[in-house]
Design a protein around this ligand. Structure first.
Ligand SMILES: Cc1cc2nc3c(=O)[nH]c(=O)nc-3n(C[C@H](O)[C@H](O)[C@H](O)COP(=O)(O)O)c2cc1C
Length: 200
């Protein structure tokens, strides 16, 4: 189990051509449901984007927004083009693209005061993140590779419109999923335990 946990990697390379069975994706989501969530709220929602054309439209529309943001960052035109192209390619070409949403309405508690509302909102996001993490770990257990992308957070309205999301589903992340061609990958550095752990 310890080896399993440390060997999961964010997979940002080309995936194998091999398709992923929908029944396997269902099994992964069945396992993701067992992630811990605040009040057992289970606020995660997974949309597996099967319609390739719609997926490309979404990737391109998100690319336009991404480009606007990068231009504001004063990157050179060639850097902007390269980053936008990469982003559009990643989201259009992954064998499976999953949009993970969170649904706060009806799953989390509602409070009249802002400090408890803020805490609840944080718990909601933490809970969705746990669901994503379980999804990725389960995929790893089945020999699949994944990577988490925050892009939908920067394009919520576009994502909602293109995918006709239920109004209470909030886009949180993309997860790419597929069989790896190139594994294992050299792990990115981790902070030393001494930097992140205190005994008091
Ligand atoms: C909340 C969150 C957002 C992330 N967003 C992105 C992203 O937009 N693009 C990307 O390439 N990786 C993204 N990642 C993946 C991280 O870069 C990756 O987990 C980290 O570098 C550690 O690598 P590892 O997952 O292989 O251990 C994200 C991960 C998390 C948890």
């Amino acid at each position: 189990m310890l080896e399993f946990l440390t060997s999961r990697r964010s997979y940002k390379r080309a995936f194998a051509e091999r398709p992923v069975d929908l029944s396997l994706i269902k099994k992964i989501v069945e396992s993701a449901r067992w992630a811990p969530s605040a009040h057992n709220s289970q606020p995660w929602r997974f949309i597996v984007m099967l319609d390739k054309e719609r997926r490309q439209v979404l990737a391109r529309e998100m690319g336009i927004l991404f480009k606007d943001d990068l231009v504001k960052d004063a990157l050179s035109p060639s850097q902007v083009e390269a980053r936008v192209k990469r982003s559009v390619d990643v989201f259009s070409s992954a064998p499976v693209l999953v949009l993970v949403c969170g649904e706060m309405a009806g799953t989390m508690d509602n409070y009249p005061d802002s400090h408890r509302r803020d805490a609840e909102s944080t718990m909601f996001i933490q809970s969705v993140a746990n669901g994503i993490c379980y999804f990725m770990l389960t995929a790893h257990a089945y020999g699949l590779a994944t990577s988490w992308y925050c892009a939908p957070l920067f394009a919520k309205t576009t994502v909602r419109e293109v995918l006709h999301l239920p109004p209470t589903w909030e886009p949180q992340a993309f997860v790419t999923l597929g069989y790896p061609t190139d594994f294992p990958i050299r792990p990115p550095k981790r902070l030393p335990v001494e930097a992140i752990l205190k005994f008091q």
